[in-house]
Design a protein around this ligand. Sequence first.
Ligand SMILES: NC(=O)c1ccc[n+]([C@@H]2O[C@H](COP(=O)([O-])OP(=O)(O)OC[C@H]3O[C@@H](n4cnc5c(N)ncnc54)[C@H](O)[C@@H]3O)[C@@H](O)[C@H]2O)c1
Length: 330
Amino acid sequence: MRYLITGTAGFIGFHLARRLLDAGHAVTGIDNFSDYYDVGLKEARNALLEPYDAFSIHRLALEDKAGLDAVWNALQPEIVVHLAAQAGVRYSITHPDSYVSSNLVGTFNVLEAARRCKPQHLLVASTSSAYGANTKMPFRENDRAVHPMSLYAATKGATELMGHSYAHLYGVPMTFFRFFTVYGPWGRPDMALFKFAEAMLAGQPIDIFGQGQMSRDFTFIDDLIEAIVRLADVVPGEANRVADDSLSPVAPYRLVNIGGGAPVALMDYVGALEKALGRTAIKNFLPMQAGDVPHTSASAELLERLTGYRPSTPVEAGVSAFVDWYRGQH
Ligand SMILES: NC(=O)c1ccc[n+]([C@@H]2O[C@H](COP(=O)([O-])OP(=O)(O)OC[C@H]3O[C@@H](n4cnc5c(N)ncnc54)[C@H](O)[C@@H]3O)[C@@H](O)[C@H]2O)c1
């Protein structure tokens, strides 16, 4: 298959591209190597993809509509996975413009390109943050999600709605994923696991927000990739409607959580890291940060019904794989 993946220099895009290349697919990547975090890490990921003959990278921003169209039209992609975005809840409080630009304008340009040159399936990354202030657990795709707690979440929720309108108007089949806190080797330096490991190995204290009372449905990267690869084959339509589906009544459009449905207390996550590093963290307990939600919990039922799969790597194993990679890098 000819895949176009946006965000291949990023954490998830890199893993997805590598998995598809190993399976014999052709992958074209688009990434602007933004300096939101260490560009060296993005270059290092990209350097592992470049040796594949079936891989090519275009260093361009999604906001460059003409550039995006040129790549898209030349490739005529069969499957598009749109992962590039300005990620991060906290950064959206200090740098809101970046979210409007990458997430809203960037996704609009992707939708426009898909309208003009239709892929068989367009899959787009959204987030568990879209559930916002919801307190009913686990979070289900059919729950109303209209109270975002950060601009990041608001832009992601908006792209879900934009996508639905294009799926309806132009018949482009779309799956929007809601990812739940993804972690693992080659992970993001702005996320807790990376920051904690860095601080603990330097003998520095770690900042634990929410006074250590938060919990997350952590998803190990390999599990997430498995789910994405399986969902790529499930092009939304009546033929594959399942019970309690989020499939739109008027469009080939579906929202799917990717999370295992087994939330873990933040302090247990820290405990797994302490064990893997063989060190005890110096803990600096702090109040909740603006924009954060205290708990996330995915209903994995829809994912399982559609693909026969649900993420299940225990955090001890996933954190240990992260630490092996981190030690190898540093
Ligand atoms: N990692 C998680 O836990 C998580 C959770 C929920 C949702 N998501 C979503 O999954 C997707 C991938 O996340 P990730 O963790 O790999 O993040 P990441 O920041 O590592 O990767 C995103 C990539 O997109 C690129 N990019 C950003 N803006 C761009 C633009 N305007 N034009 C071109 N490229 C651009 C960046 O350079 C980066 O390489 C994002 O959409 C994110 O919002 C991630």
